[in-house]
Write a protein that binds this ligand. Sequence first.
Ligand code: NAD
Length: 519
Amino acid sequence: MSKLSKLLERLRLEDDARLVAPEKAGSDCVVSDNPATGEPLMAVRLDSAEDLEKSIQRCVAVAAQWKQLPAPQRGEIVRRIGEAFREAKDDLGELVSLECGKIRAEGLGEVQECIDIADFSVGLSRQLYGLTMHSERPSHRMYEQWHPLGTIGCITAFNFPAAVWAWNAMIAGVCGNATLWKPSLLTPLVAIACHKIAARVMKKQELFKPSSGDARDVFSLIIGTDSDVAERMVADRRLPLISATGSCRMGRRVGQVVAGRLGRTLLELGGNNAIIVMPDADLKLVERAVLFGAVGTAGQRCTTTRRLILHESIADKFLEQLVKHYGRVTIGDPLEKATLMGPLISPRSRQDMRAAIERAQQEGCHVLCGGIPGMDRWDKTPGYFVEPTILRAPQGKVPAVCCEETFAPILFALTVKNLDEAIALQNGVDQGLSSAIFTDSVRSAERFLSHAGSDCGIANVNLGTSGAEIGGAFGGEKDTGGGRESGSDSWKQYMRRQTCTINWGTDLPLAQGITFGTS
Ligand code: NAD
């Protein structure tokens, strides 16, 4: 029995009706590759537009009953889902590494995020608070309350194949919604595994037994192409909220279609994140933050550090050191303990990286390490490996290529004369997700965090751009889409607010003191 078969067996996926041996895959299947070998792992049968219609109907029906269960009981069910993820952590983490190419520590970290957000949601299930307001009218009471939306359409990217679904589905679940999940076709196995974990809990629990339909439909999964499934979901009015994570290109399309039907979106799109390094920074911390931020996950995080904005007085020396660290990054099988960087997700991603490096060179950038020779060194190795690359931008020039997000481990180094210039450079791109400054000056740090500082959704001082905690609201501004998910009060996006006024007096006073007719 192969390693993969054993893993699928431990995850209790071996009999899943969707799975097809790769050699038997037909045109109705998508084949999931192992990016570290380029070999097929398994094929997955695709759902059709008709399957989508049935799924939406089932979700809508179950959501109408799920919302009647008291929120703390919904929280109790989510608590059990979190427990099931705890039990499956090692195996699911390994599957994330196999299918998505993340190193083992990051695969496990991804499952930990699912567990953390389930825990967070359990507490939240007793804290879906509304405010009370003092009415301007005598003998009136005003308050706001929050009701579930119905069924949430959740579209996710390949690079967080489990966690982004969990961020949405666990919170949407305690808020009283069903979630219909459309994962990336690059990572369908992880999606099936996550869905199965939740479905088993839903089947076994005794708290929610819908009179019609199936409790498992609260956490529903649909795996299909963009034309058959994703675009139809986005256009469907029965899904009042579309939460979509992916490229800005995708977000622009989804945003327009959902706005056209006056629905709601929660968009979590591309980033182009920068670290600013001031002369008074602790450079040892910067080195570690840049390594994790720019090389971690092979540069395939929305929060990956893509631009390094260095004060000119420290730039040369710092880059010299950084290049040495880059030279020590072990690249290879993501499941090997010593590996720090696994492969890119696909041959297409490799081509995109190559094209970006070529463009950068045409725009005057110098390769400090990696580059095209670094890519060539991995050309004959199976899998989609590359070398992490640092490109130094020409003095006083911002190459156009570094204003775009290339989803690969390319770091652009830029130099500035002062903090104002650094902030202008950091904000001078279309995306606005994550940002960081390294400095020991309170004045510089506070300036960076002020209204005249970073324009991003995430702004950090003395830590990198990558690896946010689930407790804060996660998301970014401008072309990153404006969405906020995960912690803080992000739950409000999965609910509708109702303002309620109760008149307990014997008169009918009007607001703003208006008199209408005789009183
Ligand atoms: P992608 O845009 O290619 O695909 C993302 C998802 O959108 C997939 O499920 C895909 O099938 C779907 N999709 C694509 N076109 C669609 C359409 N017209 N209508 C409906 N759905 C559509 O992105 P990817 O390559 O999977 O992921 C990488 C991108 O995701 C990067 O840009 C990265 O920055 C971004 N990302 C953002 C966040 C965040 O929280 N801001 C998190 C993870 C990834």
